[in-house]
Ligand binder design. Structure first.
Ligand SMILES: CC(=O)SCCNC(=O)CCNC(=O)[C@H](O)C(C)(C)COP(=O)(O)OP(=O)(O)OC[C@H]1O[C@@H](n2cnc3c(N)ncnc32)[C@H](O)[C@@H]1OP(=O)(O)O
Ligand SMILES: O=C([O-])CC(=O)C(=O)O
Length: 372
């Protein structure tokens, strides 16, 4: 029998399969999507190009990009049947629960849900990429008592997403910062939500079921829910001068500080410098040096006390806040991006599938019998 002390809790450090989608390298603090450094992609590509890259393995040619953009733009509208379901959900429902439900409805309404061919799954992936922003944007608007905004097919993905949320296209600086966040959130190897999606896929369940399960896994604050949690922390602290005392109290009560630490990166998250640069542009755009001061004060105090580096959720939370998103919408924005990585992994899993079913070491009561 396996000695329970030999078990790698949380599968920490365990390699469970191969992947060609992305490479996370903590030694060099780098992240490659299909071989390309993510910083280069953020600097020179659109999110649409990156989505194409993750799915096809290569960046699109101009003609391929045009065709891909047309396909994405043609599917952006919120299906009235999905809208009706969203409208039925109470405002007490978390936006992640609304999105999880909406994706489930989209799947149930797709007559081709069982088509798991590479072409069938790719078509579903592009459709979800196109359709998720409408759900996220509309859910935020209905919570503010505002009507649906129809998509604008003349706009790129990020400009349209922001317009559907806020009713107008913000400045280029804001659109670029948002697009960069979408690129950085798109893919990160065998993180908990991607692994969840692969586990579901390994049973030969359908793509929608795997994505819905991925959304459930992403919601937790130890994973994607941390971008929302970071903003709650900022709200609780209030201002830079209160950060040190807040941190001391939180650490004394053994709290995990949201937006810091990572299972794989132990010396900093490869994506943080790029997202922090985008946050800086937003701070200048919205003239909010106070928010940057709080960001720096908490980070400095965390470095002094624990030496634990921030992860991507630390700059993304305040960036989404500055753009104007409600805090509960931050993790759905992560979903809007990660749908690309999840579905790339779902398709990869199916190319060489094996049921994912690990073992456990039993530590319960010894065998016993009823009535004796
Ligand atoms: C996009 C993403 O999903 S990135 C992750 C987002 N999640 C967060 O920001 C939540 C806060 N962070 C954490 O909870 C953790 O760092 C995790 C879950 C991300 C990674 O956890 P693990 O790999 O299991 O790290 P582990 O728990 O072993 O941490 C090692 C030590 O650092 C401490 N530590 C790690 N992260 C933190 C943190 N955020 N705050 C305080 N202490 C921390 C642990 O308490 C532990 O200390 P110990 O050795 O004294 O017990
Ligand atoms: O890799 C992880 O464990 C979490 C993460 O950063 C991500 O999913 O982007």
């Amino acid at each position: 029998m396996t000695d329970p002390s030999d078990i790698r809790k949380g599968l920490a450090g365990v390699v469970v399969d191969t992947t060609a989608v992305s490479k996370v390298n903590p030694e060099t603090n780098s992240l490659l999507y299909r071989g390309y450094p993510v910083q280069e992609l953020a600097a020179s590509c659109s999110f649409e190009q990156v989505a194409y890259l993750l799915w096809h393995g290569e960046l699109p040619t101009e003609a391929e990009l045009t065709a891909f953009e047309e396909l994405e733009r043609s599917q952006r509208a919120l299906d009235p049947a999905v809208k009706r379901v969203v409208d039925e959900l109470p405002l007490t429902a978390h936006p992640m629960d609304v999105l999880r439900t909406a994706v489930s409805v989209i799947g149930a309404l797709d007559p081709d849900w069982a088509d798991a061919s590479p072409a069938g799954n790719l078509a579903k992936s592009v459709a979800l990429l196109a359709r998720i922003p409408a759900v996220v944007a509309y859910d935020q608007r209905r919570r503010r008592g505002l009507p649906l905004v129809a998509p604008d097919d003349s706009l790129g993905y990020s400009a349209n997403f922001l317009r559907m949320t806020f009713g107008e296209v913000p400045s280029e600086v804001v659109v670029k910062a948002f697009d960069v966040s979408m690129i950085l959130y798109a893919e990160h190897s065998f993180n908990a939500s991607t692994f969840t999606a692969r586990v579901v896929t390994s049973t030969l369940s359908d793509l929608y079921s795997a994505v819905v399960a991925g959304i459930g896994a992403l919601k937790g604050p130890l994973h994607g829910g941390a971008n929302e949690a970071v903003m709650h922390v900022f709200d609780e602290i209030g201002s830079a001068d209160a950060a040190e005392a807040w941190l001391d109290d939180a650490l004394a009560s053994k709290k995990k500080i949201m937006g810091f630490g990572h299972r794989v990166y132990k010396n900093g998250d490869s994506r943080v410098p790029t997202m922090k640069a985008s946050l800086d542009t937003l701070v200048a755009e919205y003239d909010r040096p106070d928010l940057l001061a709080l960001y720096d004060a908490l980070n400095d105090a965390m470095q002094a006390r624990k030496g634990i580096q921030p992860n991507l959720d630390y700059p993304s939370g305040p960036a989404y806040h500055l753009i104007g998103f409600d805090t509960g919408t931050f993790t759905p924005l992560f979903v809007a991006s990660r749908i690309t990585g999840w579905t790339a992994h779902i398709m990869e899993q199916l190319q060489a599938n094996a049921l994912i079913r690990p073992l456990s070491a039993y530590v319960g009561v010894a065998e016993r019998h009823v009535g004796r």
